[in-house]
Every structure is written in structure tokens, then in C-alpha cells.
Write a new protein. Structure first.
Length: 161
């Protein structure tokens, strides 16, 4: 029997193909930020506890993986909630990542951002551009910018949920 292994590069490539990302700066806590987005856009972002990302040592693991393994830890575990909106009657979804937990950032290359909004739709770039313009009208949002995978290349694996 051949050895089976998990190809992280392949997973990352599959997960981020056909996606677009917006980086957002807002002082609002995650639950309140989701409430604002849900009310403003008629969405249904909800916390997905099993997709909570945990950083321990130099390793990122999801809440699901926490049940099966202990992270390499020289320090404390840090948790980053994720929120998801499934577009009704389609396979399209939005994933919202809270990028900060205390003084730790999930994406060190984008330390100034508070949230990352991932679009997994048929036209993710188009959808992200439309949402970018709308988000700029929300008073609780200080900054919105397009992100591409090259900008956050080192930390992409942290976003796999």
C-alpha cells in the first residue's frame, strides 16, 4: 500500500480557487460586526464553532482538529472565530474571519486588518467589488480593501477551514 499524505499546497490551491477577499478594519467585536452586516445586507452570518481557528506555537488548527491533537505549544492557545453565510439555494458562501485575538494576528502580513471576508461564488471578484463599495457606506467600517493571495501568501494555510 502506498503512503498517503496530505498535500497542503493542493488543499490551499483548491480552497482559494474561485475566491476573492476583502480586508476590513472595524473596531466592532465579531458578533456585533456580523449583526451589522446581516442587517445592512440581509445576510445570515453565523458563528461556526467547529471552524474556529486555533494558533498554538507555530501551528494553526481548526476547532475540529483540537479534539484529536494537541498543538505544539510553547505559549498559550489563541482562538480566531469564523462566521459563515450560505447563499440560499446555491453552493455559494461567504466566510468571515476575525483576524485579531488580543495582540495576536491570524495574518501577520495584514496586521492592520480586523476581518477578512472571503467570497466563494461564481463571480467572486465581481461580487467582492460590489460589496467593497457598499461597505464603504457603513459608519462602523473604517477601511475596506481588496486582498489577493499573493499579499498574504505566508498565512494562507491559517485560513483553511
Amino acid at each position: 500500500m502506498a503512503n498517503a499524505y496530505l498535500d497542503i499546497k493542493e488543499m490551499r490551491s483548491n480552497f482559494f480557487s474561485e475566491t476573492s477577499m476583502l480586508g476590513v478594519v472595524s473596531p466592532e467585536p465579531g458578533y456585533r460586526f456580523c449583526w451589522i452586516l446581516n442587517n445592512y445586507f440581509g445576510l445570515d452570518f453565523a458563528n461556526v464553532p467547529e471552524n474556529t481557528i486555533c494558533l498554538g506555537g507555530n501551528k494553526a488548527i481548526t476547532g475540529q482538529q483540537l479534539m484529536f491533537s494537541e498543538p505544539e505549544s510553547s505559549g498559550e492557545l489563541v482562538y480566531f472565530p469564523t462566521f459563515r453565510h450560505q447563499v440560499p439555494n446555491s453552493s455559494y458562501k461567504y466566510v468571515l474571519y476575525q483576524l485579531k485575538s488580543g495582540k495576536v494576528s491570524l495574518i501577520p502580513e495584514a496586521r492592520h486588518l480586523d476581518y477578512l471576508w472571503l467570497f466563494q461564488t461564481a463571480k467572486p471578484l465581481h461580487d467582492a467589488h460590489i460589496m467593497l463599495e457598499e461597505l464603504r457606506d457603513i459608519p462602523e467600517i473604517q477601511l475596506v480593501q481588496m486582498l489577493d493571495t499573493d499579499t498574504i501568501k505566508r498565512s494562507l494555510t491559517n485560513l483553511l477551514v
